[in-house]
Design a protein around this ligand. Structure first.
Ligand SMILES: *Cc1c(COP(=O)(O)O)cnc(C)c1O
Length: 222
């Protein structure tokens, strides 16, 4: 029989706790359950077992599930972790609590304007393209400081930390280490890094938030 979502969730929580214990410093690590392309009953099960932080990549996919789920679980917190198109900023602002993928000034400005209109205050991470991959979202390392200063000084956005998706074909450790170093240089505390396959490693490198999809919910619907 397939394990229940709550059993898997407990297992992941335990693995996270074990990693934290092995560190020389004590720090809490938040688990963001990545529910993109997962059926609503599995997400419902995670909510019923008490989980509250969820990550979604695609606006339409999220819109198909969350308005319904939020009627029962109004305190669920949604993280947008996908590539952002400027024509989606309005709806993302309406629906989400945290946006992890700020990577250019135009999008940052669009959120600042939209939040003022909606009288909302979201929390943001800047996504960094540590691998300098051409097709990948994320600001380049060279442009990070300028983008950060613009977000904080001119737009007054609440930037809590940095986020990374390391290149799929590389050992992720150096990317995690680099993200931590960049965050420290900017005086930022939060690091969103690590997915199903490498979250334990990410915690060793200082992750404060891990994004876990398949390990929690199983293989995604395509
Ligand atoms: C899909 C996705 C995840 C989750 O990936 P898994 O390997 O299923 O855990 C995490 N972060 C981002 C940005 C994603 O797009």
């Amino acid at each position: 029989m397939e394990k229940t979502i709550s059993a898997r969730f407990l297992e992941i929580q335990e693995q996270v706790e074990n990693q934290i214990k092995s560190l020389s410093y004590n720090q809490p690590v938040e688990i963001v359950a990545v529910s993109k392309k997962q059926p609503i009953d599995k997400i419902q099960e995670a909510l019923e077992s008490g989980h509250r932080h969820f990550g979604e990549n695609f606006l339409q996919d999220a819109e198909n599930k969350w308005p319904h789920l939020k009627t029962q679980f109004a305190d669920a917190k949604l993280h947008f972790i996908g590539h952002i198109q400027s024509n989606k900023v309005k709806q993302i602002t309406e629906m989400f609590d945290v946006v992890e993928t700020i990577d250019r000034k135009k999008i940052a400005k669009a959120f600042a304007d939209e939040m003022e209109k909606q009288q909302k205050n979201l929390k943001f991470y800047i996504q960094v393209n540590t691998g300098n991959e051409e097709q990948k979202s994320g600001v380049s390392i060279n442009e990070l400081e300028d983008l950060y200063n613009y977000c904080v000084n001119e737009l007054k956005l609440h930037i809590c930390g940095l986020m990374v998706i390391p290149p799929a074909d590389e050992y992720p450790g150096p990317h995690f280490a680099l993200l931590k170093k960049l965050a420290k240089q900017l005086g930022l505390d939060e690091l969103s890094m690590g997915m199903s396959e490498d979250f334990e490693e990410a915690i060793q490198f200082g992750a404060t938030s891990v994004r876990i999809g398949t390990k929690l919910f199983g293989i995604r619907e395509s």
